[in-house]
Design a binder for this molecule. Structure first.
Ligand code: ZN
Ligand code: ZN
Length: 184
């Protein structure tokens, strides 16, 4: 499944936002403007002005709504929800080359940063659904992990998140379990 670099960075921003709240432990990484700026900076967002408290509040409010579309088996419901967020935000797709290459902007002109992030993330998730089917928006299958991820692999058969190395952890414990049984 080919995802353009631009929309994959936006989809990964959505993943990072959702995973910044750990549903298993209640741990929250998105607790300050600086933490939000760091999360966005890691995914290549250029912040032309400092994040405000209201940007932070908006990003925090967006998280549970984005989480809801991961692991949801009802595609139509996820699409309705995401389309609904775009309508609420008054999204206005415009092609721009302000940085030298053509790319989409989705938010209203001069929208606050959080609104630009929200519209771009929502469009990226809708694009994943349009291109690959909703099962590409997954929740990690390691039972102790609640992370979400986008499966961009060709067969679409990824089961575990990257962020916590869950695939390796599950395989390592399955290996230990086999060893233990062989020893008995
Ligand atoms: Zn731009
Ligand atoms: Zn995981």
């Amino acid at each position: 499944m080919a995802i353009s670099d631009y929309s994959s960075r936006a989809a990964l921003t959505a993943v990072d936002l959702v995973n910044s709240y750990d549903v298993m432990t209640g741990g929250d990484e998105l607790t300050s403007e600086a933490a939000a700026a760091a999360l966005l900076g890691k995914r290549g967002w250029v912040l032309d002005r400092p994040l405000s408290g209201s940007d932070l509040d908006r990003l925090r409010a967006l998280r549970p709504r984005l989480r809801f579309v991961f692991g949801n088996s009802v595609v139509r419901k996820s699409v309705e929800d995401l389309n609904g967020i775009l309508r609420e935000l008054g999204a206005q797709p415009q092609l721009s080359d302000h940085d030298g290459s053509w790319h989409w902007h989705y938010a209203r002109p001069r929208a606050p940063l959080a609104e630009r992030v929200a519209t771009t993330c929502v469009v990226a998730l809708l694009t994943v659904i349009a291109d690959g089917g909703e099962s590409r928006l997954r929740i990690c299958e390691r039972v102790e992990c609640g992370n979400v991820f986008v499966d961009a692999s060709r067969p679409g058969s990824r089961r575990f998140c990257d962020a916590k190395g869950c695939g390796n952890r599950v395989h390592a414990s399955a290996y230990r379990e086999r060893k233990r049984q062989q020893a008995n």
